[in-house]
Design a protein around this ligand. Structure first.
Ligand code: LCS
Length: 390
């Protein structure tokens, strides 16, 4: 039944089980461990012969509620919560990859994902090929007999390139390659990669899912079998599980995701158009604009264009930095998807793990600024941008 609800209803009710006390809101199970009625029962639980909780690193009722909710929203069989978006990236990849394997990944991804792909995976004997996933033929050509995973974000952090999930997943599937999509910028409300053919979805739940800037968290979604492996082989031993308190905060935050996203998207469209028409702006990157590379997929693959915009000013780097420092209402900070509107400089902040040459190859210019449009009134946000231009 939960699968048939509209997503706004799923956000409020999916995964929730009535509490015996009658509490409207699920209680927070802030407990590291769970008691057994006998030594025999403990043994049975460890052996998997009896269901029930053991220890929060292996499962917790509050965390499980969040996992059930996100799985329903993504149209996945199951989900696992992780301690950060990076724990989601590493867990999803380590679930599939072993020494000698090969992965094809997008050349433009969040900075620490880039480090994980290019510095850490090779240390464990995994070969990585980076490609521009706008070019489906290049993706196809990069796949070898050793390729196990195709990994990309769409839209891409920070310049919002959009990749065709159905086309890329189909190419991967033909070669028995697993497609993993980072859906952080969209959330399942704007894009459902599994329904488009991807095998796994990951999130930095730090962003829109929680939405209040007070939690670091991640999620992975996929088939029952893959999530079982991720939880009881990778997360159990590598240890990057989410704290139940943070899971409880995300459960609270997610109830309002639908209404928050409506505001984020409407304001971002307005602000993108304002920037596009500004004489001091060189280029705006926002999928909701007609001239954007991914515009034809808005309304199809993605319901709306989201709340993040990137742009370049008609000035040098020092001028761009001066513009950022001139803002009063926009806050200078990394992260995105919060109530507060944020601005950051990818080359020196989120994408600083790249070398300048790697950024150039990935299409991330040194002049690029990235904004996350918050929940303030868009007129106030535009007025603040306007005073920073003058
Ligand atoms: N995936 C994407 C697309 C991200 O944007 C981020 C973080 C992560 C994964 C990692 O998530 P975390 O561990 O931080 O929860 N992106 C950030 C950003 O653009 N600014 O600060 C963090």
């Amino acid at each position: 039944m939960q699968q048939r609800w509209k997503q706004a209803t799923q956000l409020v009710h999916a995964g929730h089980e009535k509490d015996p006390s009658g509490a409207l809101v699920s209680p927070l199970y802030q407990s590291a461990t769970f008691t057994f009625t006998s030594a025999e029962q403990g043994g049975r639980r460890f052996a998997g012969d009896e269901p029930g909780y053991i220890y929060t690193r292996l499962g917790n009722p509050t965390t499980n509620e969040l996992e059930r909710k996100l799985a329903v929203l993504e149209g996945a069989e199951a989900a696992a919560a992780t301690a950060s978006g990076m724990a989601a990236v590493s867990t999803a990849l380590l679930t599939h990859l072993s020494q000698g394997d090969h992965i094809v990944a997008s050349h433009a991804v969040y900075g620490c994902t880039y480090s994980f792909l290019t510095e850490h995976l090779p240390r464990y004997g995994v070969e990585v090929t980076l490609v521009d996933c706008k070019d489906a033929d290049a993706v196809k050509a990069a796949i070898t007999s050793k390729t196990k995973v195709l990994f990309f974000e769409t839209p891409v952090n920070p310049h919002l390139d959009v990749y065709d999930i159905s086309a890329l997943s189909a190419i991967a599937r033909q070669q028995q390659v697993v497609t993993i999509v980072d859906n952080t910028f969209m959330t399942p409300l704007l894009q459902q990669p599994i329904k488009l053919g991807a095998d796994m979805v990951i999130h930095s739940a730090t962003k829109y899912l929680n939405g209040h800037g007070d939690v670091i968290a991640g999620m992975i979604c996929g088939s029952e079998a893959v999530i079982e492996k991720a939880k009881y082989e990778v997360l159990k031993d590598f240890g990057g599980v989410l704290s139940p308190h943070d899971a409880w905060l995300i459960l609270r935050g997610m109830k309002t995701l639908d209404v928050r996203l409506s505001r984020h998207c409407a304001s971002a469209q307005r602000i993108a158009e304002y920037l596009q028409n500004h004489s001091q702006v060189e280029k705006v990157y926002y999928p909701g604009l007609n001239d954007h590379q991914g515009n034809s997929l808005v309304g199809k693959q993605m319901k709306q264009a989201g709340g993040v915009i990137a742009f370049e000013l008609r000035c040098d780097l020092a001028g761009s930095i001066a513009f950022v420092n001139q803002l009063k209402l926009w806050t200078i900070a990394v992260s995105l998807g919060d109530a507060e509107s944020l601005i950051q400089h990818p080359a020196s902040m989120t994408h600083s793990p790249y070398t300048p040459e790697q950024r150039l190859a990935a299409g991330i210019s040194d002049n690029l600024l990235r904004i996350s449009v918050g929940l303030e009134d868009s007129e106030d946000l535009i007025a603040d941008l306007e005073q920073a231009f003058t």
